[in-house]
Design a protein around this ligand. Structure first.
Ligand code: PEP
Ligand code: MG
Length: 589
């Protein structure tokens, strides 16, 4: 037999997480990713559409019967649940209503099913009886099964990956990413997405090389193809030749040596040449990332994005679930601080079981604290878990997307109520924890002097502050070139927040991606930011940058920077003053 060598193919994408990996491709079927599109069905095709739905339900029923048959006797309980699911498949509220919606609204079956399920979830969620609330999650399981059949999706789930692979997908939602057993993933490749996507952020934190936005990747790559992912240069090589493989093995070794040299000395504090200490902390999404923050010399966790614990499931996590996760992180970091940000859900991080009505502008919708204040019963579960974890170390609480003074007042009231509930139950907790807000909405910047009276710290989230202040959708590639945290409008906003923080004795942090770049550090030092938090890999270089600068020089530099009216002039001035300095003192190998 003659084995023909396959042609090497090179694709260009965005190097979203540096490093090199070599391995086999594992294609996540596009159907496993939860994207539902709406389209109108012609009148003459309505019958066909309804039959397509009925066939998917029938298939779901056969699948469930097969699983029930194979279920051993000792798991009878499990089989009983599945039998309930079989009954639910033909339930009037699910089956009947979906068919009715296809007919009445002349929409495709996927859309009709999604709409019906969203309504049902609302109904079940609002029921006071826990038994009925549980039935809401059964509906979700059943409808997911029908949905997979409708979209012809592969049933292999990402969470079942059982070998070390390079994951290749069209796109990965935060919910998908949180299902993956990340220790099985050598690298990430996606058609869509970029630096600021959550796949990018997680990949960087876990030091998994990633090439995102590699347009034709899923169309070109087949399962088990050999791949080289060059996350440093944003290159993807399919079927690498022998010589390419040798070259990349060498590069991989060099990259590892470089990381080791950067990390050396990272534990030492970041103090400027004139004695100003800056805390350099890490952002995490998942509890396992805490190790990376420690290894890269982080002074604490400056942002624990807690929503990921809500994404990988079909129902809300319990107080104990959350407490266990928070306690792990807090204990590993103690005595260093852990800033737990409360649920920042909706917006770009939609969760199937908690989304209600579809929002035309999710970023401006029922997101983050707005959702939590509307669902105090959900919010207080998290507040209690945080107060309990606070008994095990140094915990601070951070509230996202504050846009109004009254929201801060309400959060404090709910925190008090949560502490009282715990005390009544006799559960150990700590109420005297520092509370801060994310500064990411312009109205909060304007009102910051009033909010300052109520909180212990501010944390500026530049990812959203740029989005909301400059009306630039952070997810939209078309306007990505306008997304610039060095825009004079942003710098002036941060300056205002910083002046108020100083006057009111409130600590000032920044946890947006802006903080992760050494060249930005002169600006952030000049703006008197006390604490910088970022993806863990950036910590050593940022610490190194701080150590090479004089805080008073950077404050002087700000005088001229603040006079600029164009982003391009800010950029030019900054480069002229500090680019060579950074190359010489910080980016050295
Ligand atoms: C931000 O908005 O800058 C931020 C840190 O939060 P997230 O990226 O999670 O919205
Ligand atoms: Mg934000």
């Amino acid at each position: 037999m003659i084995v023909k060598e396959q042609q090497e193919i090179i694709l260009k994408g965005i190097g979203a997480s540096p490093g090199i990996c070599i391995g086999k491709a594992y294609l996540v079927d596009r159907g496993t990713v939860d994207v539902v599109k709406k389209y109108i069905i012609r009148k003459e095709d309505l019958e066909k559409e309804k039959n397509r739905f009925k066939a998917s339900v029938q298939r779901a029923k056969e699948e469930l019967h097969q699983i029930i048959e194979k279920t051993p006797e000792e798991y009878r309980e499990h089989a009983n649940i599945l039998e309930t699911h079989v009954v639910l498949l033909k339930d009037k509220m699910l089956y009947g209503k979906t068919i009715e919606t296809i007919e009445r609204e002349r929409v495709n079956a996927e859309w009709a099913l999604r709409k019906v399920v969203a309504r049902l979830k609302d109904i079940f969620r609002d029921m006071s009886d826990p038994y009925f609330r549980e039935r809401g999650s059964d509906i979700v399981h059943v409808s997911n099964r029908i949905m997979r059949n409708l979209s012809g999706a592969d049933h292999v789930s990402i969470k079942d990956i059982d070998k070390r692979v390079i994951l290749v997908a069209e796109d990965l939602s935060p919910a998908d990413t949180s299902q993956i057993q990340l220790e099985r993933v050598k690298g990430f490749v996606t058609d869509a997405g970029g630096m600021a996507s959550h796949t990018g952020i997680i990949a960087r934190t876990l030091q998994i090389p990633a090439v995102l936005g590699a347009d034709r990747a899923t169309k070109t790559i087949r399962n088990d193809d050999l791949l080289v992912v060059d996350g440093t240069n944003g290159l993807l090589i399919i079927h690498p030749s022998e010589s390419t493989l040798i070259e990349y093995e060498e590069r991989r070794a060099r990259h590892e040596i470089r990381i080791a040299s950067i990390t050396r000395g990272a534990d030492a504090p970041a103090v400027t040449t004139d004695g100003v200490r800056v805390e350099v902390m890490g952002n995490i999404e998942l509890p396992e990332e805490v190790v990376a923050v420690r290894d890269f010399g982080g002074d604490g966790i400056g942002l624990y994005r807690s929503e990921f614990q809500y994404l990988s499931r079909t129902t809300f996590p319990s107080e104990d679930d959350l407490f266990d996760k928070y306690k792990d992180v807090v204990e590993v970091m103690a005595p260093r601080p852990v800033v737990i940000r409360t649920l920042d859900i909706n917006g770009d991080k939609a969760v199937s079981y908690l989304s209600g009505a579809d929002e035309a502008n999710p970023a401006l919708g029922l997101r983050a604290i707005r959702y939590c204040l509307q669902k105090p019963e959900v919010f207080k579960v998290q507040l209690r878990a945080i107060l309990r974890a606070a008994a095990f170390g140094n915990v601070r609480i951070l509230i996202p997307m504050i846009s109004d003074f009254e929201e801060v007042v309400q959060v404090k009231r709910l925190l008090d109520e949560s502490a009282i509930e715990l005390e009544r139950r006799g559960v150990p907790c700590r109420r005297e924890i520092q509370m801060g807000i994310m500064v990411e909405v312009p109205s909060a910047v304007v009102m910051i002097d009033t909010i300052a009276k109520k909180v212990d710290f501010f944390s500026i989230g530049t990812n959203d502050l740029v989005q909301y202040a400059m009306a630039i959708d952070r997810q939209n590639r078309q306007v990505a070139h306008l997304f610039n945290p060095l825009h004079p409008a942003l710098i002036r906003m941060v300056k205002h927040v910083s002046d108020v923080a100083r006057d009111e004795g409130v600590r000032l942090a920044m946890c947006g991606e802006m903080a992760a770049y050494p060249l930005h550090i002169p600006v952030l030092l000049g703006l008197c930011i006390d604490e910088l938090s970022m993806n863990p890999q950036s910590i050593p270089l940022v610490k190194r940058a701080v150590r090479t600068l004089s805080a008073s020089d950077t404050r002087g530099f700000m005088d001229s920077l603040l006079k600029q009216v164009r982003a391009s002039d800010v950029n030019a001035l900054l480069r002229e003053a500090y680019e060579e300095h950074m190359t010489r003192h910080v980016h050295t190998e």
